[in-house]
Design a protein around this ligand. Sequence first.
Ligand code: ATP
Ligand code: MG
Length: 452
Amino acid sequence: MALLTKAPRGTQDVTPRDSHKWHCIERVTAEVAGHYGYREIRTPVFEHTELFQRSVGETTDVVQKEMYTFEDKGGRSITLRPEGTAGAARAMLEHALYNDGLPVKVWYQTSCYRYEKPQAGRLREFHQFGVECFGTPDPAADAEIICLANSIFDHLGVEGLKLEINSIGCPTCRAEYHKALHAYFADRSGELCETCLGRLDRNPMRILDCKSPVCSKIAAGAPSMLDYLCDDCKAHFEKVKAYLTASGLNYTVNPTIVRGLDYYTRTVFEFVSTQIGAQGTVCGGGRYDGLIDELGGAHTPSLGFGMGMERLLLLLDAQGITLPEEEPCDLYIAGLGARAQVEAFALTQKARAEGFSAECDIAGRSLKAQMKYANKIGAKFTMVLGDNELDQGVAKLKNMANGEQREIRLADLIASLYDARFAAALDGISAIGGMDESTAAALGKMMLGGNT
Ligand code: ATP
Ligand code: MG
């Protein structure tokens, strides 16, 4: 029976208790991306397996161990997307988005699937906010996406994240580096884990990304890519740093950052937190100048990042940042008796049509139970309708915040709700059909740096 009442390992439900948090970070990420000229792209949750093998790379953990791959009924190999870049790149080529002008700047919020060992901050279904910028080799673009990620953290009020950057060069200078790395690790091959032994010949840089304590200790003493950068890659990295410095971003150069995916070139970066446990990378990305060629497109230098939404939420929690709750109900109309209940239903519909959130009884409850429910949902105003009210066409509208009651004509209900909204706006408190002051302040701070 547990199969019927328990979600699969490594997945998480988002229930109404938390969905407001997701709405909030989704809004902030989309809005900030918009400020940077990015537009949304949506791609399928599954793609041809070959797409990920080719783009993410055969020697990566993702392709070797983590993909959800299955054969569909037509005998095709299909994979649930483990990340967002491959699908966005495929769609960019398929729809020739490059014809709309370069660079093509897109963002997405997607679920991703990786068969990993579930733990805090590591799930089998997780969500990424990501951006991709196709078609510019310029270091200003690298700095721009780093600033974009940073703006998201700023708008949410997150503090203390460490920005670490590195350059992993281009295929030309990396060839020399691979030789040096290979020699270094080959000398210590007896101590490497089995996976890394396999990587030694095929892609020794992957060893730098190994999470096993022994391998990472060996990796700490490995030669640094930065000593092998060619002049072009060096100049590129210097410019990225200059742009970041000019924008006031603090960063650390960390030569061990190589990222988990094979397609990266030159700039790679991570935003890392020490507050959410071992899985501290909240955002990771970089440049992938060869990816589009790899997929069969014309040479299109590009870059992007992925931000783990679950890790972002863990971080917000860890920093005690509360996200605004969804607005409670503006009006609850209780009905006493069959006739009144029908009228309550109709009036509730009228209020909703005017843009107020309104509820009435749909569970056949007693008047007492209806009022209890109205309290529970935090209705800002309540009104009780019985035969008397219907006969006289008047009822009492009660402001639940201060207990004040006002007799209104039922025909004027909507006008009264507008009055209440207006009065609340003037007072700056307990707005109805809008947001209350604390919500507005919190949202304002998050959305636009707060001129509330
Ligand atoms: P890690 O080193 O943590 O495994 P990665 O290099 O595999 O990360 P990317 O492929 O760059 O991660 O994905 C970008 C971001 O997506 C990560 O920085 C992280 O915030 C998030 N992420 C990656 N894998 C998971 C996962 N299994 N569960 C939750 N979030 C994840
Ligand atoms: Mg990983």
